[in-house]
Write a protein that binds this ligand. Sequence first.
Ligand code: SF4
Length: 438
Amino acid sequence: MLKGKRFYLHTFGCQMNVNDSEHVASLLLKEGAVPAVSPDKSDLIIINTCAVREKSVKKLFSYLGRLKQQKERQGTLIVCLGCVAQLYREKLLKKFPYLDLVVGPPQYQSLPAALKALELEQQKKILTGWERRWVELPIKDEARESQVSAYVTIMEGCNNFCSYCVVPFTRGRERYRPMSSILTEVKDLATAGYLEIQLLGQNVNSYQDPETGHRLPELLKRISEVEGLEWIRFLTSHPKDFTLELAEAMATYPKICHQLHLPLQSGSNRILKKMNRGYTREEYLDKINLLKSRLPDISLSTDLIVGFPTETEDDFQQTLELVEKIQFTNIFSFRYSPRPLTAAAKMKDDVPEEVKIDRLIRLQSRQKEIQTALHRKLVGKTVRVLCLGRSKRGNLFCGRNEGYQVVNFSSNTDVAGKMIQVKITGSGPYSLQGEAVI
Ligand code: SF4
């Protein structure tokens, strides 16, 4: 019944959501549905949502509000997936009664059946039950965003309960994908010509093969042995679970990129404790120093929250101090906003909004200077770049270097999808410019 139906998938949020959307698209393609070029030319609109920050939920609600007219005009089916679906369930249907289905992350495999049942008007509108085991979903190459760099999910859920984070309530407890299945997918991707693999999970450092008990370093070793792959990345890592063994694996296997995203969240021990992060600033710094000693060229990025309840100017200065000391190549920084069900939501959100904004601006402007200086140091050097395609401006190509920095460059030949050498000729705070070296 889905055969020939045109579907449009709109994805909010992180790489995990992008990869989930690729899985969902694969399920629909398998049933004979076809991708639509735009929402107004579709029979089915699927929105994959993110609940991590209040801002992304507001953006989603405004998008859903705009779909009402289309529903009335064209009778398009509208399905809400993801963390917001899992979190708000009935509330979502009450606020947007024209939604046809609300499906949480643990229930994606039921989506085609639910859509068929919907046509027969026998379908419940909410699917948000929990899964305790790993559910294997197929993925088709044509559903992937890129034909050169692929996301591969290795675990899902989180047991950490950081006090500000809603993820354990939307994704549930940790479930690990069997290593045998990960390796099969990776080998298939390498055979199909993919050059880069990004292993995904909310907390990849806690990965444990349910069949053998092997941990992330062993998985990385096995993936490194797959012929044809050039680069392997993994995210997100939790600092408390980042081990010496993992640092050794990064230093030993040449395909593992010398790049790591390690969320710090705050530089103040008092705030880290209130966040229930399970490490101190000293322990975080020790791990960074270990990494820098084993991999002197490592490129580090992080997440930071400003304005967490009770955060003082002194706490914030301690965050700035670590940013200065570590010299991240990129940061993702946010103003704190309370999320439903979390421990922090019970704390008084007592840092005034204007103070949060001021701290965020100061943090981001210092980071901009750091990035500008780090990028400038690369000018004149020749670096390997995985070309992901044409840049938005069209006349240049765009890719990323091993440090995951954006490189826009010129080339006389079509190098899309290739690993090439690029001479860096210019830089700005957010990207590098260069010329392909033939
Ligand atoms: S580690 Fe903390 S921040 Fe990350 S997903 Fe788990 S609870 Fe959320």
